[in-house]
Ligand binder design. Structure first.
Ligand SMILES: *Cc1c(COP(=O)(O)O)cnc(C)c1O
Length: 363
């Protein structure tokens, strides 16, 4: 089956085969990866290599911390404002989809803080991301938050927004490690692993410590596990981390490095996305892409057919040919093809071919 699921997404077969062997015994330890202590030297080595490989792949600046947390990207919607936003302060949010909207809801819970919507494309059905000229940023926000790739609507930033030196925070969950990016432009980046980097259960956070207020009242009010400082001080080992999810992520990062790193990954991702967008553009009266051309996501490709009945038939017929997970998100409908890092080129070729045939038959 070719797995077009938006998340959890497809993982490299090599990774799964290696993990299978290590379920029974991690290397020569005689203890499986699901059963090994997070304080063992074997796991500590895995954690250290995972961090080192992330730093290499993304050129993470030395002064940024790398954390492996739980609770998904959704918990970061809360942790970011809880840790960074003081009463009386303002945070700017660029809203380009459902995940950004949810991040705003959590930020608004901070007593006495202001949430300013610097831009939103909601009135256009989130079919694009705003240009920098459209941003109405506040003068001195604690941070500017945005979503690099909108998993549900299928739009993506092709550039890093220029926020004039204000601290930039990004939810990178669905295009993390899919292309080279300048991490030094950010104050904080977070990504749930299950789209591109590994399985569900671990969330990677990259942050500059200097962005954390030292305010004693704020610090005293934060539960231990929701305080970034706890995880910084304990190297992500304050409590039991998501051992297995980190282990798989570690194998995925090795796989990425073996494959030529992010430039090679970006080339393959572009090639896959072009095949599917090509099939949409080849039948313009039949397929209708959701994203405006300059905001098209290379990870999640969303489109409609002339009727919901045809969309159902499209999904059913695809599944019969080994193409799974193409049904769009329940909030937008239509079709969504997610072609994350581990998704093979041959799967994109199959989908493009199926689309051409389907349009010919029903168009
Ligand atoms: C999937 C996703 C989330 C939610 O992730 P969880 O791990 O389910 O909390 C948030 N933001 C983006 C961009 C996503 O793709």
């Amino acid at each position: 089956m070719y797995n077009f699921s938006a998340g959890p997404g497809v993982l490299p077969e090599e990774v799964l085969l290696e993990a299978r062997d290590n379920l029974l015994s991690l290397g020569k330890t005689g203890i499986g990866i699901l059963e090994i202590s997070h304080r063992s030297k074997e796991f500590e080595a895995i954690l250290a290599e995972t961090e080192a490989n992330l730093r290499t792949l993304l050129s993470v600046p030395r002064d940024m911390r790398v954390l492996f947390l739980q609770g998904g990207a959704s918990l970061q919607f809360s942790m970011v404002p809880m840790n960074l936003l003081l009463p009386g302060a303002t945070a700017d949010y660029i809203v380009t989809g459902e995940w950004g909207r949810r991040a705003v809801v959590e930020a608004r819970r901070i007593p006495g803080a202001h949430v300013h919507i610097a831009a939103s494309t909601e009135s256009e059905g989130f079919c694009r991301v705003p240009s920098d000229a459209e941003l109405a940023l506040s003068a001195t926000p604690a941070y500017v938050h945005y979503t690099t790739n909108n998993t549900i609507f299928g739009t993506q930033y092709a550039h890093i927004p220029d926020v004039g030196g204000r601290p930039l925070v990004a939810d990178m969950s669905s295009d993390f490690l899919s292309r080279p990016t300048d991490i030094s432009r950010y104050s904080l980046v977070y990504a749930g692993a299950q789209k591109n980097a590994g399985p569900a259960g671990v969330t990677v956070v990259l942050l500059r410590e200097e962005i954390l207020p030292t305010d004693a009242t704020l610090q005293a009010g934060l539960p231990m596990l929701l305080n970034y400082r706890t995880h910084i001080e304990h190297g992500s080992l304050y409590n039991t981390p998501a051992v297995f999810a980190i282990y798989i992520t570690h194998l995925v990062l090795r796989w990425l490095i073996r494959g030529g790193g992010l430039p090679a990954m970006a080339r393959r991702n572009l090639e896959k996305a072009h095949l599917v967008y090509g099939a949409i553009d080849a039948a313009p009266g039949f397929y209708r892409g959701h994203a405006k051309a300059d905001s098209r996501s290379l990870m999640n490709i969303t489109f409609r057919l002339p009727t919901p009945a045809l969309e159902d038939e499209f999904v059913k017929g695809a599944k019969a040919q080994g193409l799974d997970g193409l049904k769009g998100h329940r909030s937008v409908g239509g079709i969504r093809a997610s072609v994350y890092n581990a998704f093979p080129l041959s799967g994109a070729q199959c989908l493009a071919q199926y689309m051409a045939e389907f349009a010919r038959k029903h168009g």
